[in-house]
Design a protein around this ligand. Structure first.
Ligand code: LLP
Length: 418
């Protein structure tokens, strides 16, 4: 469920007409619903009430500091993967004791910054990284909490680019190496190695692979008599983009809470898409319609530099005219909705049924709140548009659109070329 709803053939975000927002905000822009965002957080929190988990929102899915702030105020922690995300977490006022830090390539300075901030856990992905954190902790005279990220070697059914829990992926440690680390805890006097972490992939539609991975980890802990107090089960919950029928928070919790309860460990979740995915849409404007002997193209002013998911993963995002209504199939024509970028792969949707879209009409690309703006780029020297958040009947610019000057910020022409 989300708060982008049609009333009298017009798209609203919460209580505001999207068209009214577009009168003062140039397209393309991302539009977020505060209520959808916080409702999804609340749903997960309620579903898992029995284990009272720490829910760390995955910043990589949507890192705008206003989005982070909204969730932090609702009680969320954060899952970060870089110094940049740590910086954002601080700006958003995150409680360090609710921040966990994953990623296979943490740099020394990033590690030091996170230690100074006093984060809850590093989710460690290699032995060399563990050594690096030990050294940093010694330098800073700190005692640092560690969770070992385990690669449980399960195959979640999802796009192969976003499956992370298979044996051959770069993420986490195999059981044997993890065992070795737990046995050699004494080698790390500045570390408390007291957690296990998994994250098996993203956009996973049913609980089966989670159950398999959790069981594997629990057997491992039992067999090797490893004592830990935290179990971070990662993110990865899938959402509805088109005709998917993903598990609800409730049904997901129902199938895994009994397992988690048995473990008696403090549970951490790292959802990104489940919270932010359907909380945002990309609003674009029709520039031209081009009819060729083979196809009709609706050319809009947002493209793969704004939302790369269709090009990168052939991901499906529903596309709706902002003014005609959700069900436009009666008058519709089959079109490809494409952007202005000079790549054949620059499309937002293929073979979609849209009514005649006059120049200047608005189109919403749905389900763009996760991995939308965060994966946007300046390709073709296109400034990124703004981000807007609706709270009830008011809207707020939470990121200004870039201008041409932003594109060349930091670039210089060496004297010899002048
Ligand atoms: N925790 C870790 C360690 C992760 O690597 C990720 C996502 C998450 C949590 C959050 O996963 P989520 O709940 O959002 O599925 N760009 C891709 C998705 C990449 C996910 C990367 N890791 C996409 O647009 O589908």
């Amino acid at each position: 469920m989300h708060e982008f709803i049609f009333k009298d053939n017009e798209l609203y975000c919460e209580k505001i007409k999207v068209n009214d927002i577009a009168k003062s905000v140039p397209t393309p822009f991302y539009l977020y619903s505060y209520k959808t965002l916080t409702d999804h957080y609340d749903k997960l929190k309620a579903a898992f009430r029995a284990v009272d988990p720490l829910i760390c929102f995955s910043v990589k899915s949507n890192s705008n500091i206003a989005i982070l702030r909204a969730l932090i105020k609702h009680g969320a922690g954060l899952d970060i993967v870089s110094g940049g995300e740590l910086y954002r977490a601080k700006l958003a006022g995150a409680n360090p004791k609710k921040v966990v830090y994953a990623g296979v390539g943490k740099k020394r300075e990033e590690i030091e910054d996170a230690i100074r901030f006093g984060i809850l856990f590093f989710n460690v992905e290699s032995e060399e990284e563990l050594d690096e954190i030990e050294k940093a902790a010694a330098r800073l005279k700190a005692k640092v909490n560690i969770a070992v990220r385990i690669n449980p070697d399960v195959i979640p059914k999802t796009h192969h680019y976003i499956a992370t829990g298979k044996g051959e992926s770069k993420f986490g440690l195999d059981f044997e190496t993890a065992h070795k680390i737990f046995n050699a805890r004494w080698r790390y006097p500045h570390l408390n190695i007291r957690g296990v972490h998994i994250h098996i992939g993203s956009q996973i539609l049913n609980a089966a692979p989670f159950i398999m991975a959790i069981k594997k980890v629990m057997e491992f802990l039992k067999e090797c008599k490893i004592e830990v107090d935290h179990f971070n089960i990662g993110g990865g919950l899938g959402i509805v983009y088109s005709i998917e029928n993903p598990q609800t928070a409730k049904s997901f919790a129902k199938s895994i809470v009994p397992l988690l309860k048995k473990s008696k460990l403090k549970i951490v979740l790292e959802p990104g898409r489940f919270i932010s995915g359907n909380s945002g849409v990309l609003i674009t404007k029709v520039l031209y319609t081009k009819r060729t002997p083979r196809k009709t193209f609706v050319i809009v002013d947002g493209g793969m530099s704004d939302l790369i998911r269709p090009s990168l993963y052939e991901a499906y995002h529903k596309i709706v005219p902002v003014e005609v209504g959700e069900d436009c199939s009666t008058t519709a024509e089959k079109v490809d909705v494409v952007g202005p970028i000079c790549e054949t792969g620059d499309f937002l949707g293929k073979d979609r049924y849209l009514p005649g879209m006059p120049k200047g009409s608005l189109v919403a690309i749905m389900g763009a709140g996760a991995y939308g703006f965060t994966m946007a780029s300046n390709y073709n020297s296109r400034p990124r548009g703004s981000e807007v958040m609706v709270i009830g009947n008011k809207f707020y610019i939470i990121k200004k659109a870039e201008g041409y000057k932003d594109l060349v910020r930091g670039e210089t022409i060496p004297k010899v070329l002048r």
